[in-house]
Design a protein around this ligand. Structure first.
Ligand SMILES: Nc1ncnc2c1ncn2[C@@H]1O[C@H](COP(=O)(O)OP(=O)(O)OP(=O)(O)O)[C@@H](O)[C@H]1O
Ligand SMILES: [Mg+2]
Length: 278
């Protein structure tokens, strides 16, 4: 049985106070099982990044709990308590250009990750992991390692960022809009990299996007966020064919702009949905 290892209950984040108060995330609950890909879809300002930052323990929830392997990690605060957690749960952020020092070589960027995580590995073991991670994201180590990151294409840089996350053997990867800076064909290759990694490494992925087409392409399950609340969650095909919440229905109703979409989603077969969305 594929049991959930990660579980979030009633997670809430409130910014500010009084009149200025913003409830960015409200009562969000879900589980993650090993190796599944979940897309979190929602419009701008719906709380996706705020949720991601809490899951990555970069921001403290106002209320609610985060459990991993049955252990409550919500209150962990000190970096030395969080280091083991940060090995298991890795983030891949949007804006690859800003993600690391442009003047470092890929080798330096990747080697620095080990310092951060205090891995007790020999130099040879580190290099072996670096090679493995680059291969996993489809980059040739020989051709990549000594290059400056400013010499890489957007797609290559994105792959290096994913490779860096893989160095510490994470179980959950949280990717926040990591393909938004890429053009359509590159985006598909990165989605394919994530899909492939998830299968090969039994890695769980939380993929955050406002593009329901990408969610359809990639995810086993889709969660829909609307104004801080998770209004829908279910298997991708169920959510897209039988949307329950008005917001999801509207989201899908906007898809005709994508071409060839005429009927309402519920009237389409999965094959037709796939054709309309990809
Ligand atoms: N540090 C902060 N202080 C105050 N309000 C914040 C802060 N961060 C986010 N918010 C507010 O919380 C709400 C959710 O923002 P969030 O960035 O999580 O949305 P998002 O779904 O990631 O949007 P996008 O698709 O544009 O990235 C917004 O109203 C935003 O203005
Ligand atoms: Mg965001």
């Amino acid at each position: 049985m594929n049991e959930p290892f990660y579980s979030v209950k009633n997670l809430t984040k409130v910014f500010g106070g009084g009149q200025e108060q913003v409830v960015a995330v409200k009562d969000v609950s879900f589980d993650v099982t090993p190796g599944e890909i979940i897309a979190i879809v929602g419009e701008s300002g719906s709380g996706k990044s705020t949720l991601a930052r809490m899951l990555l323990k970069l921001s403290q929830p106002t209320a609610g709990t985060i459990m991993m392997d049955g252990e409550d990690v919500t209150k962990l605060k000190r970096p030395n308590q969080l280091k083991p957690y940060w090995r298991d749960v890795q983030g891949v952020f949007q804006n690859p250009a800003g993600s690391f020092n442009q003047f470092y070589s890929v080798r330096t960027v990747l080697e620095k990750t080990f310092n951060l995580h205090e891995h007790r590995l020999s130099k040879a073991e580190k290099l072996e992991r670096i090679h493995k991670a680059l291969n996993l994201v489809g980059l040739d180590p020989q051709q990549t390692l000594e290059r400056g990151s400013h010499e890489l294409s957007g797609g290559q840089r994105q792959r290096v960022i994913i490779a860096r996350a893989l160095l510490v053997d994470p179980r959950l990867l949280i990717a926040d809009e990591s393909t938004s800076a890429l053009d359509a064909s590159l985006r598909v290759t990165i989605l394919n990299v994530l899909k492939d990694l998830s299968q090969r490494l039994n890695l769980s992925v939380l993929f955050i996007t406002h593009d329901i087409g990408q969610a359809y392409y990639l995810a086993d399950r889709v969660f829909v966020m609307y104004r801080g609340e998770m209004v829908e969650q279910g298997p991708t095909e169920t959510v897209l064919q039988f949307p329950q919440h008005d917001y999801t229905k509207r989201l899908l109703a906007d898809v005709p702009r994508l071409e060839g979409w005429t009927a309402s989603p519920g009237d389409l077969s999965i094959e037709e949905l796939a054709k309309a969305l990809t």
